[in-house]
Design a protein around this ligand. Structure first.
Ligand SMILES: Cc1cc2nc3c(=O)[nH]c(=O)nc-3n(C[C@H](O)[C@H](O)[C@H](O)COP(=O)(O)OP(=O)(O)OC[C@H]3O[C@@H](n4cnc5c(N)ncnc54)[C@H](O)[C@@H]3O)c2cc1C
Ligand SMILES: *[C@@H]1O[C@H](CO)[C@@H](O)[C@H](O)[C@H]1NC(C)=O
Ligand SMILES: *[C@@H]1O[C@H](CO)[C@@H](O)[C@H](O)[C@H]1NC(C)=O
Ligand SMILES: *[C@@H]1O[C@H](CO)[C@@H](O)[C@H](O)[C@H]1NC(C)=O
Ligand SMILES: *[C@@H]1O[C@H](CO)[C@@H](O)[C@H](O)[C@H]1NC(C)=O
Length: 424
């Protein structure tokens, strides 16, 4: 009795190592620490300094995008003539299989189920950010402003029908005419657009990297530990002490019965030595920042859909984010999409700059457009939380909570089965 109690209260039984201090790893660690675990987060960079730093900052309830199935569209993607997705030879070769699966999971019958499952996570996004931001006293980093998605050629009638369809699905969206855009954003050149949508319940993190750092600081203030080191390997403990893992880094080894892999687009790399290869591909995106010229103002993010970029009022300036580039993580950067976005944006609002160097990040996409949240199939105590694609900033707090509830053996607040690590 006494002995077993001692074992239970020994710190190591309730300790966990989280690999990755992006939005997903930090939220996972935060939720575990709150449930009484003693958590060490390991990252080779500062919290929030990788993919989670340079994204568009939108916290939104939009569904994932299917692989474009219409032949015409596909042909234009392959010919690289679209500005929202650009495919490269290196990317197509490296990600041949996950892309094939992506196409497979995009069949309308399957995709409609995926959209429903994805929504069970996304519907909690602002509420879960709110809880963390209140605790971390960083609510000023979240603006509850909504954002625009505008079309240059889609006929108004189709936009109107689509708004009604989305409203029927429960989406908080309003129809936007060019006049309405002018009323809300007087500096924007509304004559470029036939019309668009306004997503009223979306939030904007004006500095996503700072948001992750604020959540991470709060995690440390309640007893969590963050270590800067590069993870080299995860090995099951074989010293007879039972289950658990040794995480070896370039600066020492760490042991715990629980390990969470939240390494974003590098998760397969971290897991490969254990024999895992999830259908994950990296969709590169770029950003750069500008100043508004004269007395121009921008209050909301605008997505210029036909040109595939996002323009938003961020802490560092007016941030342009490009769409996806299907390229190997190690392939050289190519600014073609960023240049196209810049010239389109200059028609939209008067810009000076750029005032920052080009940044690139990698959306950690899964073939079935849903994150992977759950225990690994073959290694008890090894947990996965990655694959958040274009929505990691949105979903980080929701996924972190779900993961921590599963680890702690609580009844999860949403059905976790659609996100299980054993589904592939
Ligand atoms: C251009 C662009 C725009 C986007 N816009 C939005 C948006 O508006 N809204 C939204 O919700 N999402 C958006 N996203 C997606 C979002 O940025 C990602 O889904 C999210 O940042 C992923 O978070 P993460 O914690 O999984 O990964 P990361 O932030 O990349 O964190 C993973 C961490 O693991 C660490 N790591 C990896 N390997 C090792 C190792 N071996 N040892 C130690 N540490 C390691 C890395 O250093 C990194 O810090 C956008 C993405 C891009 C690229
Ligand atoms: C983190 O990112 C910011 C912004 O890119 C940069 O200024 C800072 O030097 C980075 N820090 C580290 C340690 O990489
Ligand atoms: C290794 O870690 C220790 C403490 O954990 C730290 O003081 C030291 O600076 C680290 N060294 C390197 C090279 O990162
Ligand atoms: C892509 O951007 C370029 C340059 O801004 C533009 O000329 C072209 O029409 C755009 N392509 C599409 C399909 O929108
Ligand atoms: C606004 O857009 C129109 C095209 O609709 C273009 O002719 C005009 O030059 C743009 N105005 C500015 C200031 O860029």
């Amino acid at each position: 009795m006494v002995a077993s109690q001692q074992t239970k209260t020994k710190e190591s039984v309730n300790s966990a190592i989280v690999i990755g201090a992006g939005i997903v790893g930090v939220c996972s660690a935060w939720h575990l620490q709150r449930r009484g675990y003693s958590v060490v987060v390991i990252d080779r960079e500062l919290p929030g300094n990788a993919t989670s730093w340079g994204n568009a900052g939108l916290i939104k309830r939009l569904p994932p995008s299917p692989f474009p199935r219409r032949l015409a569209k596909r042909a234009s993607i392959v010919a690289n003539s679209r500005n929202d997705t650009r495919y490269t030879v290196s990317g197509m070769m490296e990600y041949y299989y996950p892309l094939f699966l992506y196409w497979w999971y995009s069949r309308p019958s399957i995709f409609s189920r995926i959209v429903k499952e994805y929504a069970t996570l996304a519907e909690h996004c602002t509420q879960e950010h709110n809880i963390m931001a209140k605790a971390a006293k960083c609510e000023h980093l979240l603006q509850r402003t909504g954002f625009f998605e505008m079309f240059r050629s889609k006929p108004m009638q189709l936009i109107r029908e689509s708004v009604m369809g989305q409203q029927n699905e429960g989406q908080a969206v309003e129809l936007v005419t060019p006049e309405e855009l002018t009323r809300r954003e007087p500096s924007a050149n509304a004559s470029l657009f036939t019309g668009g949508y306004f997503f009223t319940d979306a939030w904007l993190a004006t500095d996503p990297g700072e948001l992750v750092k604020a959540y991470a600081n709060h995690f440390v203030s309640v007893g969590g530990t963050i270590i800067r080191a590069t993870v080299k390997s995860i090995t099951p403990r074989s010293d007879g002490s039972g289950s658990g893992y040794i995480v070896t880094t370039n600066n020492g080894s760490f042991e715990a019965p629980l390990v969470v892999v939240a390494a974003g687009p590098w998760s397969n790399e971290v897991l490969r030595p254990l024999g895992y290869q999830f259908p994950l591909y990296a969709l590169r995106g770029y950003n750069t920042h500008f100043r508004l010229a004269g007395d121009a103002q921008l209050h909301h993010t605008i997505v210029d859909v036909d040109y595939g970029y996002t323009l938003g009022p961020m802490h560092q300036g007016i941030r342009i984010n490009t769409g996806g580039e299907m390229a190997s993580i190690t392939s050289p950067q190519n600014e073609i999409q960023l240049k196209a976005a810049e010239s389109a944006a200059r028609q939209l609002i008067p810009l000076e700059g750029p005032i920052s160097k080009t940044w690139a990040g990698y959306r950690p996409c899964t073939s079935d457009m849903k994150p992977i949240i759950g225990e690994s199939p073959h290694h008890p105590g090894l947990w996965m939380c990655f694959g958040h694609g274009s929505n990691g900033l949105t979903l980080g707090p929701v996924s972190g909570r779900l993961l921590a509830e599963l680890i702690a053996g609580e009844t999860p607040f949403i059905d976790a089965r659609p996100f299980s690590a054993t589904r592939f």
